[in-house]
Design a protein around this ligand. Structure first.
Ligand code: ZN
Ligand code: ZN
Length: 367
């Protein structure tokens, strides 16, 4: 993994990738990719990357930020349509074929782009920048680590009061408190809407917290993360209020065993699908086949879900420097669910768990 990367180096790698597509430049329209390739942390801005040059197309709201965030990148402060700014920025440059991010451009935008670039050709390229982003450099890993610490501090603070911190409270109020605590810990925002699922709600992997009140003897599933410096963290823990409900103890132990075994299976060169398979097999062998409906995990970085997916379908081999979540689960409708999620760095010889919250079943019971 590159120890000290820079937006300039990233743009150079992107341009090398484009050469194979016979494109002379690329229009980058997705905000995380613009940020990755330029350092610009604002919104509503596009980046044009060519061989030895780059232009940020932004507007007056971000003029000052553009100067601060991305030295070495020219800025165009547009006062009209983005497509007109693009046409202006291309004028006089040797661009015959312009690549664009096919997964981020709508049909309507494509029509406007085609009109704006005149004689030039457009060529759709998929996942050009996203592919670069999968392997993190040291600075990115440090940023993810900071986002993890903020999420952990918030959660530890929330449950420090024991069972009474949760008892009788609405799921949505508890989710709000966890997000507030992340902001207090320094997060810019939650990296996705916080999930708090009490009792049987835990069987819905993406439950939306609502007015249901947390009761004694329930399992409560938390899935939350902080975003800081542009980077995300993503964690899941299940706590038991007062005591462990029937069936849930065994389910918890199976999920924990599957999570630990799949983390141990992570190393560079191993297909993502085979790491998923380790957890899936253990869960099936314990009698819960069909109760683990989602993939084992996903890459995490500037976006909450990014490459690589740890799923039965992704046969790509893991690479050192990737950061992935490992989050097996067992979901039993009407009873509840358990998911345990940590963020894991693929190292040159294995894996390092970046998150540190306790997960042994004994430490999950709140009194
Ligand atoms: Zn999560
Ligand atoms: Zn996740």
């Amino acid at each position: 993994m590159p120890s000290a990367d820079s937006p300039l180096n990233r743009r150079r790698r992107l341009v090398r990738r484009l050469a194979g597509r016979r494109a002379d430049a690329m229009l980058v329209t997705s905000a995380p990719n613009v940020r990755y390739l330029s350092g610009f942390g604002g919104e509503d801005s596009w980046l044009l990357v060519g061989r030895g040059w780059a232009v940020l197309l932004t507007d007056s709201r971000f003029a000052e930020q553009a100067t601060l965030d991305c030295p070495g990148v020219e800025h165009v402060i547009r006062d009209g349509a983005m497509a007109d700014a693009l046409a202006g920025a291309l004028r006089g440059r040797k661009v015959r074929r312009l690549a664009f991010e096919s997964e981020h451009v709508t049909v309507a935008e494509h029509a406007k782009l085609a009109e704006a670039i005149g004689e030039r050709r457009l060529t759709g390229v998929e996942a050009a920048a996203a592919g670069l982003r999968a392997v993190k450099d040291d600075g990115e890993v440090a940023a993810i680590r900071r986002a993890i610490r903020m999420a952990e501090r918030a959660f530890a603070g929330l449950i420090a009061g024991g069972a009474k911190a949760l008892l009788g409270r609405r799921e949505d109020a508890v989710a709000g408190e966890l997000e507030y605590r992340m902001r207090q810990a320094g997060a810019a925002e939650a990296s996705f809407p916080t999930i708090v699922a009490a009792g049987a709600h835990g069987s819905l992997p993406h439950h939306r917290p609502g007015p249901a009140r947390i009761r004694d003897g329930q399992a409560v599933l938390f899935d939350w993360g902080a975003k800081a410096g542009g980077y995300c963290s993503d964690l899941t823990r299940v706590v038991f209020v007062g005591r462990i409900p029937p069936q849930m103890g065994r389910i918890y132990e199976v999920v924990l065993k599957a999570q630990k075994a799949s983390i141990e299976a992570i190393r560079p060169g191993r297909p993502a699908s085979s790491v998923d398979g380790v957890a899936r097999r253990l869960i099936a062998q314990a009698g819960f086949a069909g109760r683990f409906g989602h993939g084992l995990g996903h890459g995490v970085g500037l976006e909450i879900h990014e490459s690589p997916a740890l799923s039965p379908r992704n046969q790509a081999r893991l690479r050192a420097g990737q950061v992935v979540t490992v989050e097996p689960g067992i979901y039993v409708p009407g009873v509840g669910g358990v998911r345990i999620e940590d963020d894991v760095l693929v190292t040159p010889d294995g894996a390092q768990v970046l998150s540190r919250l306790p997960k042994a079943i004994g430490s999950m019971v709140l009194h």
